[in-house]
Design a protein around this ligand. Sequence first.
Ligand SMILES: [Zn+2]
Length: 413
Amino acid sequence: MIDNQDIERLKSRIRIEDVISKMGFSLTRKGTRHYCLCPFHQDHTPSLIIDTTKNNFYCPVCHTSGDAIRFVMKVDGKSYPDALRFIADIYGIELHEVSSDLSAEQKRQQDFKDMIRSQRETIVSMANENLFTEGNEAHSYLRSRGFNNDTLRLYRVGHFPMLSACGTQKDVLQKSYDAKLLQGRIVFPWYSASNALVGLAGRVIDVRTKGVELKYVNSSEKSGFVKGFNLFGINLAIRSMVKEKKVYVVEGYTDAMAMHQSGIENVVAQCGTALTDTQATILARHADEVVLCLDNDAAGIKAMDMAALKLLPLGVRVEILLAPNGCDPADLLHDKGEDAVLRWSQTETHNLLDICLDRFRQASVLDPYRRRAALNKLISYLALVKDSILCKFYIEKCIEVCPWLKKEEFGME
Ligand SMILES: [Zn+2]
């Protein structure tokens, strides 16, 4: 049996057009579609439609359809696991085998996971339905923040009722930790890159609500949800992230939603944690460029620094998008609308190393301590950049500013 996590990982990478062309079919591109000869009937004109946005294929003549895995299974007569192995080879992803004989303990754990997942699915649908009932206060709040219904539906945002109002589901949900935790809160579901529901988070509608200590709560680590292993919104960002080789990382749930609504689909949110090694690896696996959108305050600068130290060694280009004065993308959407969010993200992005170089340039000659600090920062980043040509470029720029600097002082020969 192939490890489920490996399958998820593979599925998040598959682009149907890669698979079909690797199998020797010649594709003609028209917009977001590709066409090729249909292998499932006697085809003389390329009839098979490959839809890159839906990541599937369809033949309008013989009506065969499916995803990349099904395509491989049907064309090569492969079993499901063999089709997965074939595709994994294309992407150079290793699939691990796990034993299919579950011990009693493994079986118990599997049942526990299935139960949690099914409870969460119920919570998400109930919360979603409740949000869209006439006069719902969370809905009015989210609409007043500038979110449209398409965005709320896309992210499957909901408003979970009190348990006492859960009707027929009350008895089942009373045993759920998530359900108890999320009562009366706005619910943000977390999905994996391959769209599996992995955890839930909840926010109070009004932070002044009496008796509420925490603005945000989320599913427990005991139930298998570790925020630091996930990125909010990655399921919706992955296609565009892989296509553009670029991803925006924002602070909160509503920031990601605000960016997405404004036309930036390749956006994920960290949601209150410093970037972890796992998150950095996920980002670097799918994108060459990571744009960190952080608050323009001391905490934001520190978070940026820590994220950069994790991302640079992975060979990604780190860009910084500083929040407009005192507000975040969600505020910007509320105050100035979608165009302003789009314009801001396109014009205010600067390369991390360029920012450091500028600071070094601008630090007054009369303040050698500040100049030294700016140079130190740049050197500490360059030490992590594997590309020696890029390093040399920045070193030359520093020497232009202070011609007496020696290359050796940068720790490079
Ligand atoms: Zn056909």
